[in-house]
Design a binder for this molecule. Structure first.
Ligand code: PAF
Length: 304
């Protein structure tokens, strides 16, 4: 395997894209904000399976953080990320810089209605505007055949898919399963904000979702009763502030009426210094991969 290339400017990315196109190659793209964990690396591995050139971007995008959010303290680990991406099999890492990505007088944005307005969009009013604007820019520069996103950010996957459809982007969106720690906690860069005791309690998000999936599997179809099952362990968890716990349509994210045959449980809560989100499908899809601690400890080592 040849060594991973590191690029930092859009000009370098365009040159790379043209080089891949000239030999008829397919680019698979994994956009990230860095502080990479096993969930991100699973996206790189998935991309390897269907594309001959895998590009991962690392960019803490200021546009998607609201005032008072964690932009400044968001974990950053460039050297570690480069080593992890190389170990996972990325061909190129694009460490984008704010000065290269945004002109000082940048003033054009992607604003979406519909599924972007509620839930995360209501809690973080400029968040999806920032996500969609940067994702469109990244896609325009790189023009990948496929874009790989984790299902952990369920609403983000819906909103990005919509943009790709509505604006005729020629990239296929591939949504990949959440990767979980052994207790069920969804892997997230923001888990770094949790103290050890909080990390244990944070497993309640997945426990609540699993309880709802079990009730659904046993025949419960009433949306209000399903939401009550989802909410009750979260409301009982000490120190946890629940923002929302809802069962919605998996495509439109609208509330469901009548018998719920299919849907998605979506949860957001604050615990200590972290804001956590998680989700699970109804009916439950194939089980999410659970982190095998020994395997991933070896994979995540950055100094080997
Ligand atoms: O999911 C993320 O890490 C970010 O929202 C993304 C898609 C990389 C855009 O900055």
């Amino acid at each position: 395997m040849s060594a991973m290339r590191i690029v930092t400017t859009r000009q370098q990315v365009r040159a790379l894209r043209d080089e891949v196109a000239s030999r008829g190659g397919r680019i698979g793209f994994v956009p990230t904000m860095g502080a990479l964990h096993a969930g991100h690396l699973s996206l790189v591995e998935r991309a390897r399976r269907s594309c001959d050139t895998v590009v991962a971007s690392v960019f803490v995008n200021p546009l998607q953080f609201g005032p008072g959010e964690d932009f400044e303290r968001y974990p950053r680990d460039r050297e570690g990320d480069a080593a992890r991406l190389a170990a996972a099999g990325a061909d190129v890492s694009w460490f984008a810089e704010v000065e290269d990505m945004y002109a000082p007088d940048h003033c054009s944005y992607v604003v979406q209605e519909g599924p972007a307005l509620d839930l995360e969009g209501a809690a973080r009013p400029t968040h999806f505007r920032g996500v969609l604007t940067v994702v469109l820019k990244l896609l325009n520069v790189l023009r990948p055949a496929q874009l790989f996103l984790g299902r952990k950010d369920y609403q983000q996957t819906v909103v990005i898919r919509r943009m790709v459809r509505d604006l005729d982007l020629e990239t296929e969106v591939v949504v990949c399963p959440t990767v979980r720690e052994p207790g069920g906690l969804a892997m997230s860069s923001r888990n770094a904000y949790l103290r050890p005791d909080e990390r244990k309690r944070a497993c309640v998000l997945w426990q609540a979702i699993e309880a709802t999936q079990r009730a659904h599997a046993e025949g419960e179809r009433d949306p209000e009763r399903l939401e009550r099952i989802l909410r009750s362990p979260l409301e009982a968890c000490p120190g946890l502030t629940l923002e929302y716990a809802v069962v919605r349509d998996g495509e439109t994210l609208q509330p469901l009426r009548g018998p719920v045959e299919r849907g998605v449980c979506l949860v957001a809560a604050r615990l200590g210094a972290a804001r956590l989100i998680d989700n699970g499908l109804l009916p439950a899809a194939a089980p999410d991969p659970v982190l095998d601690p020994a395997q991933w400890a070896a994979r995540l080592q950055t100094d080997g």
